[in-house]
Design a protein around this ligand. Structure first.
Ligand code: CTP
Length: 394
């Protein structure tokens, strides 16, 4: 494959030397396009020696061969690693004031970026908005990872390792193409009256990460979202979002979506019970002090979907458990998988301080034969491990 590797001005540029080496070792033809700033970190001779091609940052060289568009036209894949906040902003705005900018505008090839910056810059609303814009245009966002940053602080912003970037762009690229998946996410809210509900602490992050990962790996995704935290829902051309509030609404939306799905992943935290009655008007103390709430059981949505599944349809359920031991965790997972009749059950341990609002998760994936996968890390890494298990199952 003809691959253009754009390198921008961050310390992580040194890691891209290894990325280029790995790409060449894998048999690809790599042209490196650094920005001027990138050359402050790793010099031109290194890039030329490692890629075995001439390297320039400027649109004013090799003008006769219209290099500034030719590179983009002939590229089959463009990877920008590291991608600084500045370059990400330029990409979102479509600026083309150097060779990397013109190449990115001239290409119709898939584009992947590996962001690298300090946590504060990654979390800044400008960067968030720019990343969302790029994602919407189909740019693959790889990382950033969570870990130690230059200067001693740590948090999200570290560029992923070259092997991880390679894995994300090449090995897994589009392995779910042509597959239709339905993912549920978030927590249902069961109303007591117009202002109160019974709910749970689910943020919707794991289901959202699953939907985005599937879309980036080529699947067409229907995401049925109950209540989720602000800013969690992904924007991607292949993710369609439907909203559902209560368990009953979620059940209805899932049955409709599952009809045409090859894979159903039930990551939503569904209320097992709902108030037996919902008051039309706010319950007040004047009308009578409320000391108990009668509940009725909700249907088990995923068990229902599993019972009426089409041939060849894969169904994945989740279980959040608070076990006393590892063996109890797996025991519960095995029994729950069988009880629900699903193919795979993703189990994680939760607690007062674990598993909910955080961006991290640790899971084991249980199939008929026992544990078939495990992952810990960002919810995106966990999502990829789950899709790997699903891809292996199908
Ligand atoms: N689930 C569902 N419908 C429900 C409750 C749960 O589809 N009414 C799904 C969840 O989305 C999840 C899986 O079932 O994928 C496991 O949920 P969990 O609450 O752990 O299962 P329960 O059967 O309620 O078991 P427990 O008694 O341990 O809560």
């Amino acid at each position: 494959m003809n691959i253009v590797v754009g390198v921008t001005g961050g310390i992580a540029a040194y890691k891209s030397v290894q990325l280029v080496r790995l790409l060449i070792k894998a048999g690809h033809d790599v042209t490196v396009v650094p920005t001027e700033d990138a050359l402050r970190f790793v010099g031109l001779p290194t890039w030329e020696a490692i890629s075995r091609h001439p390297v320039t940052t400027s649109v004013h060289e090799d003008v006769a061969r219209v290099r500034h568009v030719a590179l983009g036209q002939s590229a089959e894949l463009v990877i920008v690693a590291p991608a600084t906040a500045n370059t990400i902003a330029k990409m979102a705005a479509g600026l083309a004031d150097d060779l990397l900018g013109t190449t990115l505008l001239a290409t119709t090839a898939p584009v992947a970026i590996a962001p690298a910056m300090h946590t504060e810059m990654w979390r800044h609303p400008s960067t968030r908005a720019n990343i969302a814009t790029l994602r919407e245009r189909g740019v693959q966002i790889i990382g950033p990872g969570d870990g130690e940053l230059t200067g001693g602080d740590s948090g999200p912003g570290r560029m992923l390792e070259p092997e991880e970037i390679l894995d994300a762009v090449l090995t897994r690229a589009q392995d779910l193409a042509g597959i239709r998946v339905t993912v549920s996410t978030g927590g249902t809210r069961e109303p007591l009256d117009p202002v109160r509900y019974l709910g749970n602490r689910s943020s919707g992050r794991q289901g959202a990460a699953l939907a985005l990962a599937a879309a980036e790996r080529g699947a067409d995704v229907e995401l049925v979202a109950a209540h989720v935290d602000e800013g969690v829902l992904p924007r991607h051309p292949r993710v369609r979002v439907r909203r559902a509030g209560t368990a009953a609404e979620l059940g209805e939306a899932m049955r409709a979506a599952a009809d045409s799905a090859d894979v159903v992943v039930m990551a939503a935290a569904v209320a097992d019970y709902r108030p037996a009655e919902t008051a039309e008007r706010k319950l007040t103390k004047e009308a009578g002090v409320l000391t108990r709430i009668d509940l009725v059981e909700n249907e088990d949505i995923v068990a229902g979907l599993a019972a009426r599944r089409r041939a060849g349809q894969t169904i994945v359920a989740f279980a959040a458990e608070t076990p006393e031991s590892e063996s109890e965790l797996l025991d519960r997972a095995r029994r729950k998988r069988e009880r629900k009749g699903v193919d795979l059950l993703v189990v994680n341990e939760v607690g007062w301080e674990r598993g909910f609002e955080s961006g991290e998760n640790a899971v084991q994936i249980v199939g008929e034969a026992g544990v078939v996968g495990a992952a810990s890390g960002t919810k995106r890494q966990v999502a990829d491990a789950i899709w790997d298990a699903v891809a292996g199952f199908r």
